[in-house]
Structure formats: structure tokens, C-alpha cells
Design a protein around this ligand. Structure first.
Ligand SMILES: Cc1cc2nc3c(=O)[nH]c(=O)nc-3n(C[C@H](O)[C@H](O)[C@H](O)COP(=O)(O)OP(=O)(O)OC[C@H]3O[C@@H](n4cnc5c(N)ncnc54)[C@H](O)[C@@H]3O)c2cc1C
Length: 393
């Protein structure tokens, strides 16, 4: 059986690329579809119908977790680690724990502004993996690389979207998973690298300078809110950093409005409590409502241990965290995306077509501009803004 029934349906294929890595004839190739997302294409003339693509597809196959699940609200006691992460910096705490145990760490890192899954073996390499990047990461080749590492006796900690984690688990022979630890993120959808590139081009045009990097979820004193961004530009030969809040970035606005996600994300098979990884990481939105033992200004993570191993590892890192256990239902109540796929906005298809046919800038002007409500909001002095936020909570 082959995976034609998946890859030919944009609302099914997640773009995990495991089928590309698992094809013994190397006859499945990534191609960019009209919607800007990457799909796999089978070269029929070389295909021998072995079914190996089908075996690894996370839409066709999914292994279940074993063990009871426990939910925590947590953040790193180390302020640098907390600020370096998107939520509470738990990924970094886990990764440092595993580096000390001799593990290789695999996560999504920007190479310039292109997002790829790659391997870090030390704390310097780890820095590039930190923070959420709101683009679909390129995972072609990473499954083979991890299999090579595990076969040669290395240990691996992998972090990615649930569909990527599931694809990796399908890809590896069971005996190799003993030295693999996985974390999945609570994910409400990914935009394409192509749309992100088009956005970067508009910034380059605006600043008449090359943009070599982009950071989502910057936390600093000006933007205490968890959705700041920054990038670097060159002005008169000097590097300057541009900072902003998401409402000021057309791309970030579109991401927050759910309008530029991959079609399959709106029917995600993994938005369920039946998680595939050892540990699930997300944001604990609304933690202020609960009796939590820490401050909530700089991000609090939602952590769910899904396996006995996940729970054991969490107990080992817990001394590095401010952490409190809550009933699992609290997680379901406060994080819609934990158990529900994102609802597809009515204008999503029109927007994706618009980006491809009329270009990014024209479409962004029509759909992703900062609303008047927010323009007024940012004119209010920061102290008054904080007060409004507190009152709204
Ligand atoms: C596209 C996307 C959508 C998300 N949506 C939600 C949501 O709706 N609700 C929610 O609670 N949390 C969501 N998250 C997760 C959240 O933003 C944090 O990533 C998570 O809480 C971990 O935070 P941290 O501070 O522990 O570590 P961080 O340092 O922020 O985590 C970094 C790790 O996350 C993984 N990662 C980052 N970007 C990507 C990517 N594009 N693809 C695959 N893996 C990636 C990497 O492996 C990276 O090493 C989303 C993340 C992403 C990337």
C-alpha cells in the first residue's frame, strides 16, 4: 500500500517528510504545492510498491503512550532560561539535563530564516533550538540521521510537533527507541516557509537591508506580553535590532488569527489527550485563575508527563523549577488546542490563494493589518496598559 491517498489530499498530509526518508528507492521527493506548503511526490516510474512510506505516515499509523498522565504548571527558576524559552523554558531545562546525560538534542532551529530540525550536542548548539518558531520546520533527513545516531549507540532527545514525534516513532525500529526521549509541543498549526520568506522579503524591502534572523516570543521589559518579536537590520553599516509586539507584524498577526496554517492542521489527528510523546509542553494560559505558587509575568509552561519515563525525568528536573501539579482537566479547560484542532477561518483558503496569486504584501494589506483597536491600545502609556490587562484578567 502506498501513501497516494494522503499526499494527494492537502487536508491530510502533515508534511512530516518521514515517507521521503523511509523510501528505499529514494523515489519520494518534497515539492512545494500551490498553497506554499511542502508535500511528498512519488515518482511512479521508480516506485516498487513496498509500502514503506505507508508504514511511517503519522496519519495512517500512530502508537499509543503507556502510563498515567500528570499535569503541571511550571517555569525554570533560572530567569535566563525562562526568558530564553517561549513559555516557562522547560525545554531548555530538559535539554540541559539530557546533555549532562550524554544525549544529543534534536529540535527546530533557524538557519538564517530557514527553519530546519537539527542536532545539538552541547550547550552552545542548544541555544539555536530555543523558542518557538512559527513556521513549519524542514524535517527531511532528520529521521535517518536520528536512526544513525541511535544505531551507533548515541542517545537522543527529540522535540517537535506531535505529528513529527509520531512520524519519528513510526520510523524507528522498536529496539532503538530505548535511548530516545521525546517531547511534543501543544500545536495549533504551522504556516509555510514560503509565506514566511515572502514576509521577510517585505521587511527587507522596507528596511533596504538583509534580514538575517527573526525571533518570535521575545520577552523583555517593554513587551512583557508573551508575543514580542525581534529581528536585526543593518543601518549605515551598523547592526540595529527592531522590536515589536505581534499586532505590529503582519505575519505574526496572521499566525495569531489562524489564517495561514497548513490545511491538515485544521483537522489535526493529534489534538487529543492521547499524546504520542514522553512529555508534552505548552503554554499554561489562564494560570492566574488558579492557585499557583509563582509569578506569571514571563510565561508559565503547561507540562504533561505521558509515560512513566516522562514522569521519572520530570521528577529529576523538578528541583530546577517552580512547579505545581494540577488535575489533568485543568489543562483541558485552559488550553483549547490540547484537545481540539484549530477551527478553519472562513477566509483562510481565500488568503492562501491571495498570497500565491496577488503576492504577500497585497494580501497582508487586506487581511493582516493591525486593527484600529490595537493602534489605540499601543498609544496608551505602559503602566495604564498593564492595569487594563490586569483588569481584563
Ligand atoms: C507552531 C507552534 C504552535 C504552537 N501552538 C501552541 C498552542 O496553540 N498552545 C500552546 O500551549 N503551545 C503552543 N506552542 C508551544 C509553545 O509555544 C512552546 O513552544 C512550548 O510551550 C515550549 O516552551 P518552552 O519555553 O518550554 O521551550 P522553547 O524553548 O520555547 O521550545 C523550543 C523547542 O520547541 C520546538 N519547536 C519550536 N518551533 C518549532 C516548530 N516550528 N516546529 C517544531 N518544533 C518546534 C523545538 O524543537 C524547540 O527546540 C506552539 C509552538 C509552535 C512551534
Amino acid at each position: 500500500m502506498r501513501i497516494d491517498n494522503i499526499v494527494d489530499l492537502p487536508n491530510k498530509c502533515t508534511g512530516c517528510m518521514a515517507c521521503v526518508d523511509n523510501c528505499p528507492k529514494e523515489c519520494i521527493h518534497p515539492v512545494v504545492g500551490e498553497d506554499g506548503f511542502v508535500y511528498s511526490r512519488i515518482d511512479n516510474s521508480a516506485c516498487v510498491d513496498c509500502g514503506k512510506c505507508y508504514d511511517v505516515c503519522p496519519i495512517e499509523k500512530r502508537k499509543k503512550h503507556s502510563g498515567e498522565q500528570y499535569l503541571y504548571a511550571a517555569y525554570s527558576k533560572d530567569a535566563k532560561e525562562r526568558n530564553g524559552g517561549s513559555s516557562g523554558g522547560i525545554f531548555e531545562v530538559l535539554a540541559r539535563h539530557f546533555i549532562n546525560q550524554g544525549y544529543c538534542i534534536c529540535g527546530a532551529a533557524f538557519d538564517g530564516t530557514e527553519l530546519k530540525h537539527c542536532i545539538a550536542k552541547n550547550n552552545d548548539g542548544l541555544k539555536t533550538l530555543l523558542k518557538s518558531k512559527y513556521v513549519q520546520s524542514d524535517t527531511k533527513g532528520i529521521y535517518k540521521k536520528i536512526r544513525e545516531l541511535l544505531t551507533s549507540g548515541e542517545k537522543v532527545f527529540f522535540c517537535g510537533t506531535p505529528c513529527q514525534v509520531s512520524a519519528l516513532i513510526n520510523f524507528l525500529p522498536e529496539k532503538l527507541t530505548e535511548n530516545l526521549f521525546t517531547a511534543d509541543i501543544i500545536c495549533h498549526g504551522v504556516p509555510s516557509q514560503k509565506t514566511f520568506n515572502m514576509y521577510i522579503e517585505t521587511l527587507e524591502e522596507k528596511h533596504k537591508s538583509r534580514i538575517s534572523d527573526f525571533t518570535f516570543r521575545v520577552k523583555d521589559n517593554k513587551y512583557k506580553h508573551a508575543h514580542g518579536y525581534s529581528y536585526n537590520v543593518e543601518k549605515k553599516g551598523k547592526k540595529c535590532t527592531v522590536n515589536g509586539i505581534y499586532t505590529k507584524s503582519s505575519y505574526y498577526n496572521a499566525f495569531k488569527d489562524y489564517t495561514i496554517f497548513r490545511d491538515s492542521c485544521y483537522q489535526c489527528h493529534y489534538a487529543t489527550l492521547n499524546r504520542v510523546s514522553d512529555i508534552t509542553l505548552g503554554d499554561f494560559w489562564g494560570i492566574e485563575k488558579y492557585d499557583f505558587c509563582g509569578n506569571t509575568d514571563k510565561g508559565v509552561s503547561m507540562v504533561i508527563t505521558n509515560t512513566d519515563r516522562g514522569k521519572e525525568v520530570y521528577q529529576l528536573i523538578e528541583k530546577m523549577l517552580i512547579s505545581k501539579e494540577f488535575p489533568l482537566e485543568y489543562g483541558v479547560k485552559s488550553n483549547y488546542c490540547l484537545t481540539n484542532s484549530t477551527k478553519k477561518p472562513v477566509n483562510r483558503d481565500k488568503i492562501i490563494r491571495g498570497i500565491s496569486e496577488e503576492g504577500y504584501e497585497n494580501t497582508a494589506k487586506k487581511y493582516f493589518s493591525e486593527s484600529i483597536k490595537y493602534r489605540i491600545y499601543w498609544l496608551i502609556p505602559p503602566m495604564a496598559r498593564n492595569l487594563i490587562r490586569k483588569l481584563r484578567r
